[in-house]
Design a protein around this ligand. Structure first.
Ligand code: AMP
Ligand code: ZN
Length: 114
């Protein structure tokens, strides 16, 4: 999508620090990390949010989950563990409307809301 920040990052129009990439998925460092390791994992095709998933694009979630495991291994957080967060919509606190999974780790996460 033309004016989507993450589509522009995927195309290389806006610089990012790549952590992992494959045919379906791009993973890069969050510009404002909340934890020592904070990586965003996004589908290469534009999907607004979880709410925009449907039978035609749902397979991207499998690709994303596979990539999350790779990212955890690459960044070395696979052993001690990590948290994955997806914000959806206004009440979920989503600010960039291209589906993205936050992968957070490198420290013990103490703030527990669930
Ligand atoms: P959310 O609030 O769940 O929509 O997450 C959006 C995330 O994108 C935030 O954690 C931002 O820090 C991150 N972000 C915004 N712009 C960039 C950028 N140019 N490169 C990397 N991460 C970004
Ligand atoms: Zn997009």
């Amino acid at each position: 999508m033309e004016n989507c920040l993450f589509c522009r990052i995927i195309k290389g129009e806006i610089p990012s620090t790549k952590v992992y990439e494959d045919e379906h998925v791009y993973a890069f460092k969050d510009i404002n990390p909340a934890t020592p390791v904070h990586v965003l994992v996004v589908p290469k095709v534009h999907i607004d949010s979880i709410e925009a998933l449907n039978d035609n694009n749902i397979e991207n979630t499998t690709h994303i989950h596979r990539a999350i495991k790779k990212v955890a291994e690459i960044t070395g957080i696979n052993k001690d563990g990590y948290r994955v967060i997806i914000n959806c919509g206004k009440d979920g606190g989503q600010t960039v409307f291209h589906l993205h999974y936050h992968v957070l780790g490198g420290t013990k996460l103490t703030e527990k809301i669930i």
